[in-house]
Design a protein around this ligand. Structure first.
Ligand SMILES: NC(=O)c1ccc[n+]([C@@H]2O[C@H](COP(=O)([O-])OP(=O)(O)OC[C@H]3O[C@@H](n4cnc5c(N)ncnc54)[C@H](O)[C@@H]3O)[C@@H](O)[C@H]2O)c1
Length: 364
């Protein structure tokens, strides 16, 4: 059993790699409430673990990351009589992790929290670092708290049932982490594509661990995003705008981030920050995983309007995370006109067919 410890603000977060979850992994004096979505309940909910705890099961997908979803979890905790020394455990993808963490931060002004991420995206990103939240109408993650899980239990075997599209989605966030600070991981993603898509367990576990180390180091330095943590948003200003402009249904988070990475590097290229060879290298990688790098056919104004609603704006100006190279990242304001020009240039021509979508209907 491998373990990595981080200190996020005043909280110590333990990441534990294990083969399966045992009932004693999710135990607390004040009782336990497990949170699933309908898919993860079907896959993992009949375990000895959930029989020992109370459970709430939410509809799968982003539509559960709402006040209503949070209300259901908090009411279930109260009905179960969870004490302040109780535990909320989220078992699922990023949606379940974000929502369970949000509820744990509110229940009795804060109870214990364990996350068991079951998508690759949640393992490499969402479960770590303490950002919790729910979406407001048309505005993703607009209400939330900082509340790191005391324990994050990673069971790589849980990825066996993940649909290909969701696996790929997690690999986009893995590419982001590689770009932020692990050149070896970037090379692994390039060379190991076939083995990763075939879910070779050791390689997947290695990718997850490396991503956790990159993200964990950034968050330890700047837990409340006063500065450096903002680099974790590489590709996300574009990605969130695409998700919002397409109603959060058409693309998974990772698919939107893949396009966002390409756009952030192209923006950097236009501003003279990003060397063209770095941008091309990342585009080749994303294309090799089958991501659609021209998903947007609409007016640039619609994406710009979505960006204006983004939390990353400061003093009314859009800010973008840009790169000079692997591990060399900066955040800077960019004139809206420059962004508009890029969006207009990158819009998919009406005749071109979408590339590489493998939709299976389970996306967020
Ligand atoms: N808090 C953070 O720092 C952070 C970081 C990145 C993303 N996020 C959030 O994460 C969310 C996206 O997460 P996601 O992509 O995991 O989406 P998700 O939670 O909706 O999961 C995707 C789909 O996979 C299913 N699923 C989960 N585990 C499975 C398994 N092992 N086998 C088969 N199916 C499984 C789910 O039921 C769902 O249908 C977004 O809301 C995003 O905002 C948060």
């Amino acid at each position: 059993m491998k373990e990595i410890r981080f200190r996020f603000g005043t909280v110590s977060s333990r990441v534990i790699f294990q083969q399966r979850i045992e009932p004693e992994d999710l135990a607390a004096p004040g009782g336990v409430l497990t949170v699933f979505d309908t898919h993860t309940w079907r896959l993992f909910g009949r375990s000895r673990v959930s029989r020992a705890a109370g459970s709430v099961v939410l509809p799968a997908g982003e539509r559960s990351k709402t006040w209503r979803g949070a209300g259901r979890v908090l009411s279930a905790a109260a009905r179960r009589g969870l004490g302040r020394d109780g535990l909320i455990a989220g078992i699922g993808g990023g949606v379940v992790c974000d929502l369970a963490a949000f509820c744990a931060s509110l229940y009795m002004r804060g109870c214990s929290l364990t996350l068991v991420p079951t998508t690759l995206l949640a393992m490499v990103d969402a479960a770590l670092g303490g950002k919790t939240g729910v979406d407001l109408p048309g505005a993703k993650n607009m209400a939330g708290t900082f509340y790191p899980a005391g324990e994050i239990r990673i069971v790589p075997a849980a990825l066996a049932s993940l649909p290909d599209r969701e696996l790929r989605s997690g690999l986009a966030e893995a590419a982001k982490n590689a770009l932020l600070g692990d050149a070896d991981l970037l090379a692994t993603l390039e060379r190991g594509r076939g083995r990763l898509l075939d879910r070779e367990p050791d390689l997947l576990e290695d990718v997850v661990e490396r991503c956790i180390r990159v993200k964990g180091a950034v968050v330890e330095e700047d837990f409340r995003e006063q500065g450096r943590r903002a680099i974790l948003n590489l590709g996300h200003t574009f990605g969130h705008a695409l998700e919002a402009a397409t109603g959060f249904r058409r693309y998974t988070h990772g698919e939107a981030v893949a396009w966002g990475l390409k756009m952030a590097l192209r923006l950097g290229e236009r501003l003279g920050v990003t060397p063209p060879e770095h941008a091309r290298r990342v585009e080749r990688l994303l294309e090799s995983y089958g991501f659609d790098l021209h998903p947007w056919t609409g007016a640039p104004e619609k994406l710009l309007a979505a960006m204006q609603a983004d939390k990353k704006k400061r003093e009314g100006r859009l800010r973008f995370v840009l790169q000079r190279g692997v591990g060399d990242t900066l955040v800077q304001p960019v004139e809206e006109e420059r962004v508009w020009e890029l969006l207009a240039a990158e819009r998919r021509p009406p005749t071109a067919a979408p590339a590489g979508r493998t939709g299976d209907g389970t996306g967020s």
